[in-house]
Design a protein. Structure first.
Length: 468
């Protein structure tokens, strides 16, 4: 009872008690009764010690039956609410239709009654209908299967099947079980020889062995249309004892023939009844002559294409579009790089270096801008005749590179816009009386410097000052 009240003092047996001692003991007992749960209003509740262990408390209960303790209790039809956690390993009796949430339409019915029809009702992207199919010995009616691996069917009728049999191996299907072959095709498939292929094909031409692309041997073929041959060379020949024989024919009897001696460098090209020698090798390259002699009409060699002999330089050659032209045209130059000549898109005379020219149109070149670096203006006279320069510092016009006697031109000099600069000249540039002129010392002034190159070491110059 010490948890409920404490005795203030215990009097001796037979001792007289004062009213104060008695009152103190009753007060302690009264205080103890305040810690005991009351009967009134707590009917059917469980009495327990509160969490502070200072008094009793009445706990509200639910359901009926025995009190429940933590270890191995038996609950009869309890309402568990929403447990924070739990393990249902040994639970039974969970109703599928109402006890499982999140199932798709028809899935609960399938789980309760797993039939083919109920599976079909639950699946949303099926193809076909009927009973569920398993892998061993199924019976399938009018099904469309996409790339299935059928294994080895016990039987089957492939009358309406399409596609290829690329995956079939030898012996997997007996030829007698395949219908629809053309005449002799089954024989060719069983014994694939050239003769059996020829017997099976109905629109072939020629006879003999089947021809493949690499190094075939063709016997007296007739080829129509255009022949395209490639490689290091194309050789046509025939057996015979003649030292000059026909190698092949292009066209008909009025067309072109090439024939010659086997193993030699000479051959013949025949047009109708006229013959022209064709030298196919040698220092002269490829050349043609009027007859079996040595007078050449045209020659194509490493030096270029020229026309010599009977058609000498200057002899007119008829043009297919009318008119005549010069009979000798020859280009020469270094063979290390390709050269391009651009001609005008009009009838015109092309200027040459060693002839007097009379131009009917103006000739011009874009002025080259010069810059000053380290108080020196570099001039490359191979870039043009006329130049420009804007003064940015006190500087010197340096000795030019690539001067050629006879070249002339101008350098237009524009003064600094806010602080005029000075221009000195290398000794290459010569002025009248040896007096070197000064630039106009006015903001943005324009002076025109003219020059004429006399030699690789000097040029005669003048300065037209303050051009406005």
């Amino acid at each position: 009872m010490a948890d409920y009240f404490e005795v203030a003092s215990i009097p001796a047996t037979g001792a007289a008690l004062s009213s104060a001692v008695i009152r103190a003991e009753f007060a302690s007992i009264a205080t103890a009764f305040t810690k005991v749960a009351a009967y009134t209003g707590n009917g059917g509740k469980i009495i327990a010690i509160n969490a502070g262990e200072t008094a009793q408390e009445a706990l509200t209960t639910t359901g009926t039956g025995s009190a429940v303790r933590a270890t191995s209790p038996t609950l009869v039809t309890p309402l568990l609410g929403t447990p924070t956690s739990g393990t249902l390993t040994n639970c039974t009796g969970l109703p599928v239709s109402t006890g499982i949430s999140g199932l798709g339409s028809g899935v609960a019915t399938l789980l309760a009654t797993p039939s083919s029809a109920n599976l079909l009702a639950a699946i949303t992207d099926e193809t076909g209908s009927g009973a569920l199919v398993f892998g061993t010995a199924p019976t399938i009616s009018s099904a469309t299967l996409v790339t299935p691996a059928l294994g080895t069917p016990a039987s089957g009728v492939l009358t309406n099947c399409t596609g290829t049999a690329a995956g079939l191996t030898a012996g997997a299907v007996a030829l007698g079980g395949v219908t629809g072959f053309g005449s002799n095709v089954a024989t060719f498939l069983a014994t694939p020889t050239s003769a059996n292929l020829a017997a099976a094909v109905t629109n072939e031409t020629g006879s003999g062995a089947l021809v493949f692309g690499t190094s075939p041997t063709l016997t007296t073929p007739t080829v129509s249309g255009t022949i395209t041959a490639s490689g290091t060379g194309v050789l046509f020949s025939r057996t015979g004892t003649s030292t000059a024989y026909q190698a092949f024919e292009i066209g008909n009897t009025s067309g072109y023939f090439i024939y010659g001696v086997e193993g030699s460098s000479a051959g013949q090209i025949v047009t109708g009844s006229s013959a022209y020698d064709a030298v196919l090798a040698g220092s002269n390259g490829i050349s043609f002559s009027a007859d079996a002699g040595t007078t050449l009409h045209a020659r194509l060699s490493s030096s270029g294409l020229d026309v010599v002999g009977a058609l000498s330089a200057g002899t007119p050659i008829a043009s297919t579009s009318g008119g005549t032209g010069n009979g000798y045209t020859k280009f020469s130059g270094p063979a290390s790089t390709e050269k391009t000549f651009t001609l005008p898109n009009a009838s015109a005379t092309v200027a040459v270096l060693n002839q007097v020219q009379a131009y009917s149109k103006a000739q011009s070149g874009t002025p080259v801008a010069l810059t000053s670096s380290g108080a020196s203006i570099a001039v490359d006279l191979s870039l043009g005749n006329n130049f420009t320069h804007s003064m940015g510092e006190n500087t010197t016009l340096a000795s030019p590179s690539n001067p050629v006697a006879g070249q002339s031109g101008v350098i237009v000099v524009t003064q600094h816009p806010s602080a005029p600069k000075t221009l000195a000249y290398n000794s290459f540039w010569k002025f009248a009386g040896g007096t070197v002129p000064s630039l106009t010392a006015t903001n943005s002034a324009v002076d025109v410097f003219t020059y004429y190159v006399e030699s690789a070491t000097r040029a005669t110059c003048s300065l037209v000052a303050d051009v406005k």
